[in-house]
Design a protein around this ligand. Structure first.
Ligand SMILES: Cc1ncc(COP(=O)(O)O)c(C=O)c1O
Length: 391
């Protein structure tokens, strides 16, 4: 076979042979935990209609919606003064919905911390709807490997919100706890893109100053097609949003209609409920955080002990992502990287190099969402050690 056409190099996610155990390290969409995938399969075997066929206004679906919301609220400890919505349009939808809901006029100011590819996208989208001030989070070499210090003078006190991404999925930079604004700026609500780390650590909603938090489902909590959006209730109301905000994006419209203003993603909402039940049985968020630390440490340890064979870009260990571990091989040597991808694919490890809207990037990436177990991380770590020894 011409290796350029090798499935592993084309980003194939299929197993190399029917007998190989597949481990999906994709950055999303990705797998759900085995038990959740089995529960979805079981739901198709029960008598009656599944949520794929239920009217969103039927008592059966309304019960699913109510139970799912209650589970998310309980497990993520979301206080009553926050509204919980299942929104359309993915993470990108929220990049537009946030300024459209929180800025009434184009002249309203919003501050964006830009420290990776997704905050760049969010900032660029917001400039269409409000006046954006950026805090540049690039390191002295011009790359994204860090999170900037929050300096009072750099944050406009009139900002309607301060936007940040708690886990920059592509760059592998994570705030393990939300940053604290300087005291004189604590009145500004934080808007958090938690698309790739939701459920993997606790959030202290009120004390952290969260105004809005959203997470597209397709990484840690479900399938593409639904986004979980949590909004502090004092940010709702007739006069908050831009008059141009489409109804389908309008937080107030959807909160007042109890998430049934238009047809929500019924099946995907039920899946989030399954995932939340699984999470609760697994010990909740605290235990999930322990698992995330364990899984990522297994890989960072191999990288840091490889004598430079593997390199990860984020040097500040307190900012290293527990969700997405980027690494290169022998300074990005192309032949060696291709060999690594083919050999790991042969052993069932897929999704280590995927195409993103920002290209394939300089680094491979192991994503360690809820579907990945500690044993899976050990499998990859063992492979990495063997590969480094041979080369
Ligand atoms: C942090 C983050 N924000 C936003 C997005 C975009 O989400 P979507 O593709 O659902 O619009 C992604 C997708 O990978 C992401 O990782």
């Amino acid at each position: 076979m011409n290796t350029n056409n090798h499935p592993a190099l084309m980003g194939s996610l299929r197993p190399s042979s029917p007998s190989v155990k597949l481990i999906n390290f994709s950055p999303g969409p990705t797998s759900l935990p085995k038990a959740v995938e089995e529960e979805i399969a079981q739901s198709f075997k029960k008598p009656g209609l599944t949520s794929l066929a239920l009217s969103h206004r039927s008592p059966e679906f309304i019960d699913i919606l109510r139970r799912t919301k209650a589970s998310v609220r309980r497990i993520m400890n979301i206080p009553d003064d926050y509204e919980l919505l299942f929104t359309h349009g993915g993470g990108h939808g929220q990049f537009a919905a946030v300024p459209l809901n929180l800025c009434h006029n184009k002249s309203d100011v919003a501050t964006y911390i830009v420290n990776g590819t997704w905050t760049e996208r969010a900032r660029d989208e917001a400039t269409r709807y409000c006046t954006v001030q950026s805090i540049d989070g690039r390191d002295p070499m011009g790359g994204y490997t860090t999170f900037p210090e929050l300096i009072e003078e750099e944050i406009d006190p009139e900002s309607k919100y301060l936007f940040l991404c708690s886990n920059e999925t592509v760059n592998g930079i994570e705030n393990h706890r939300l940053p604290r604004l300087p005291d004189s700026r604590r009145h500004i609500p934080l808007v958090i893109d938690a698309s790739s780390d939701f459920t993997t650590k606790p959030i202290d909603w009120r004390d952290d100053g969260v105004g809005v938090l959203f997470a597209c489902a397709s990484k840690n909590i479900g399938h593409p097609g639904v986004t979980l959006t949590v909004v502090r209730k004092d940010l709702l109301g007739e006069n908050c949003a831009s008059p141009l905000c489409p109804g389908v994006f309008n937080y107030t419209t959807n909160a007042e209609a109890e998430n049934l203003w238009n047809t929500p993603a019924t099946f995907n909402i039920e899946v989030i409920g399954f995932l939340m039940d699984w999470l609760e049985h697994q010990g909740g968020v605290a235990e999930n955080e322990r698992r995330s630390i364990a899984k990522s440490s297994i890989l960072y340890e191999v990288i840091d002990n490889s004598g430079g064979f593997y390199v990860t870009p984020v040097q500040n260990t307190s900012l290293r992502s527990r969700m997405n571990v980027p690494f290169n091989i022998k300074e990005g040597d192309e032949t060696m990287t291709d060999d690594f991808l083919i050999q790991s694919w042969n052993e069932g490890m897929v999704g280590l190099r995927t195409l993103t809207p920002f290209g394939v990037g300089d680094y491979l990436r192991a994503s360690l969402y809820n579907c990945i177990t500690e044993e899976d991380a050990v499998r990859l770590a063992d492979f990495m050690k063997r590969f480094a020894r041979k080369n």
